[in-house]
Ligand binder design. Structure first.
Ligand code: NAD
Length: 332
């Protein structure tokens, strides 16, 4: 039995977590859950936003599944997600976006994976406000080693999964320092993988290309802010945040997470779609080499998604979160 740290999160987090646990239990996946939470909930009960028991659990288990955590906008504590990524150097944010039969979208042949640098760039936390001059600075710091790590991760993934092309996305025409550093590292590393086609795109053009002809992309690698925005854009191409998975991966730890937020507007109503968290859990099973279990759950999920009325309201169905999970379980 492999022990996994489970962070249910806030809002709809506990509901979708229960659905995933039910599917895993029915599929007899050989994992046990060590449940630890973070954020406002643990601050209110334990006085800690990221409890020391959670940190100890992550260090011990090295793999976690995480629900969404509410972050106050423009004030209050620093995002728990950002803190965990920086604390454990989870530098790769991996976001697959693939068309699923039955899920309504404008395109029907998207199959790409986005690698977003997860710890540097505009999210480095180098922010200051000069009261006297009324000037605010947010520094987008990139390091050569940080660029190399995320670009290498993208090429290694492409190599392992027989992907044809890697596209580096940047703004080196304007950002002559950070953008140029990222671009030059990408073209250097690309030379080590001559069998993989390599190209680069400026971020604004990339946005347009993605919404006109997304099937031209295979693996995309980019810096933190561009990746944050592009990954949600890509989610929109395949059915939205409710159906895509995500992972934060470092050299010796990985946190798999639902990429949508805590959805306070529908929390506690049994309306939340558990697909995003379940797909992240399936990615996790591949990561820990439980491939048969991963494939079996994925097949049952895909068969359920193909049957709209068995899905939650956001996908055009009538099922509650748990009914959706029961339909998946019935197909295992
Ligand atoms: P959100 O993703 O929570 O909600 C946006 C819309 O999508 C809402 O209408 C919501 O009902 C719907 N939605 C989201 N997930 C759904 C699901 N699984 N099933 C059905 N509908 C779903 O985004 P937001 O409202 O911008 O953010 C709410 C809170 O979540 C904020 O505090 C934000 O900081 C936080 N957040 C956390 C994460 C994370 O923990 N990874 C990511 C994004 C936002």
């Amino acid at each position: 039995m492999r022990e996994i740290t489970l962070i249910p999160g806030d809002g709809i987090g506990p509901e979708i977590t229960e659905a995933v646990k039910a599917v895993f239990s029915a599929a007899k996946v050989p994992v046990t859950w060590e449940e630890e939470n973070a954020g406002q909930t643990t601050f209110d009960s334990m006085g800690e936003l990221i409890p020391s028991t959670l940190i100890a659990s992550l260090k011990k288990n090295k793999v976690a599944l995480k629900g969404p955590i509410t972050t106050p906008v423009g004030k209050g504590f620093k995002s728990i997600n950002v803190q965990l990524r920086q604390m454990f150097d989870l530098y790769s944010n991996v976001r697959p976006a693939k068309t699923t039969p039955g899920v309504n979208t404008r395109f029907d042949n998207v199959n790409l994976v986005l690698f977003r640098e997860n710890t540097e760039g505009l999210y480095s936390g180098l922010e200051m406000f000069d009261e006297r001059l009324q000037i605010s600075d947010s520094v987008a710091r990139l390091t050569r080693v940080g660029c190399r790590k995320i670009i290498r991760a993208a090429f290694e993934y492409a190599n392992k999964h027989n992907c044809k092309k890697v596209t580096a996305v940047h703004k080196a025409n304007i950002l002559k320092s950070a953008g140029a550093l990222f671009l030059s590292e990408a073209s250097e590393i690309a030379k080590e993988y001559p069998h993989i086609q390599y190209d680069d795109k400026i971020i604004d053009n990339m946005c347009m290309q993605l919404v006109i002809k997304p099937e031209q992309f295979d693996v995309i690698v980019t810096t933190n802010l561009f990746g944050d925005i592009l990954s949600d854009l890509c989610a929109g191409l395949v059915g939205g945040l409710g159906v895509v998975s995500g992972a934060n991966i470092g050299n010796d730890m990985a946190i798999f997470e639902a990429v949508h937020g805590s959805a306070p507007d529908i929390a506690g109503q049994g309306k939340a779609n558990p697909t995003a968290l379940l797909r992240s859990a399936i990615m996790m099973l591949h990561h820990i080499d439980l491939k048969d279990e991963a494939n079996r759950i994925e097949a049952a999920l895909d068969a359920t998604l193909a049957n709209r009325e068995q899905c939650t309201g956001d996908l055009g169905g009538k099922a509650s979160t748990m009914e959706f999970a029961q339909h998946i379980i019935a197909k295992l």
